[in-house]
Design a protein around this ligand. Structure first.
Ligand SMILES: CC(=O)N[C@@H]([C@@H](O)[C@H](O)[C@H](O)CO)[C@@H](O)CC(=O)C(=O)O
Length: 307
């Protein structure tokens, strides 16, 4: 089947953590149970692999290939979409990972902007993305916008101008920014095959109001079932219920932020809540103390007692 003919990417997409063993090496044995956990306990049927949450920029190209291959193999026939993030500082590395993603049967690729040498304009960024997409023309392609981390503040709406002419495989954006005006402008310019996935979990409801087709995020790993309820309530017009769930999620995050919520804390929290052994993060991200993760998990269980 032509991968470009697949159904649009919608709903919740978990940005997966990368399982490491206590020595800091990738631990593939967790990936199978991780996929089952997302499907069975969280009702999350799509994943975004090797993104920010997956510590992609701290992994070697070889490690990223090994992980991408294992996630794709184990998710086959179980998950709807496996999107592999292939963005790197080097265009060559990104292209190598894009070719690899096509070979292993990924459902799509995403690319972040390079951030050491930053593109000067939307046009330059579009050209970089085009160069990556062109080596894997049969794979749905998504731009990954996360300006707080990359420092690349190009308006996504400007990037989208005529993008399908240079990237025929273009299928949408993972928008992890807070500029909802830019997000709204993107949605209003959207084409039928495109998806706009929002990436700031704490304000998902606002993005849904703006027309988001779904969301990619880290918290959907452990409160995906609740955020699925938020989306259903929103779709049924029960805004009060959707807002209540969003407010609880914000209370959880604000509690976690006061304890220094970062990727290390987030990863440990997922281990505690899911029972999966995800191991430590890789330096420079620091491992969080058990006590911190346990108190956040306790708060989570108080807010969402079904966990
Ligand atoms: C900066 C960051 O890590 N943002 C997360 C969010 O899910 C974030 O953890 C959440 O909104 C809590 O702030 C995602 O946008 C990242 C993501 O989807 C990815 O791992 O690629």
């Amino acid at each position: 089947m032509d991968p470009l003919a697949v159904k649009n990417l919608t709903g919740l997409v978990a940005a997966t953590f990368t399982p490491l063993n206590p020595q800091g090496e990738i631990n593939l044995s967790v990936i199978g149970p991780y996929i089952d956990y997302l499907i069975e306990k969280q009702g999350v049927n799509s994943i975004f692999v090797n993104g920010t949450t997956g510590e992609s920029m701290s992994l070697s190209v070889e490690e990223r290939k090994t992980l991408a291959n294992d996630w794709c193999k184990k998710a086959k026939g179980k998950m709807d979409h496996v999107i592999i993030h292939v963005g790197c500082m080097s265009l060559k590395d990104s292209q190598e990972l894009a070719i690899h993603a096509a070979q292993i049967g990924a459902d799509g690729i995403a690319v972040i902007s390079p951030s050491f040498f930053k593109p000067r304009s939307a046009e330059v960024l579009r050209t970089f993305l085009q160069e990556v997409a062109s080596v894997a023309p049969s794979l749905p392609f998504y731009y990954y916008h996360i300006p707080a981390i990359t420092g690349v503040n190009v308006l996504v709406r400007d990037l989208l101008e005529d993008i399908e002419k240079v990237i025929p495989s273009f299928r949408g954006v993972k928008f992890s920014g807070s500029d909802l005006m830019d997000f709204g402008q993107c949605v209003s310019y959207s084409q039928p095959k495109w998806s706009f996935l929002y990436g700031m979990d704490e304000q998902l409801i606002a993005a849904l109001a703006m027309g988001a087709n779904g969301a990619v995020g880290s918290t959907y790993n452990y409160i995906g079932s609740n955020m699925n309820e938020l989306i259903s309530a929103f779709e049924k017009g029960d805004i009060a219920k959707a807002r209540t769930i969003q407010f609880k999620m914000q209370e959880l995050l604000s509690f976690a932020m006061k304890l220094g919520f970062d990727l290390g804390v987030n990863k440990q929290l997922m281990s505690v809540v899911s029972g999966l052994c995800l191991g430590p993060p890789r330096l420079p991200v620091m491992q969080c103390s058990d006590a911190h993760a346990l108190s956040i998990a306790e708060k989570l269980r108080r807010l969402f007692p079904e966990h």
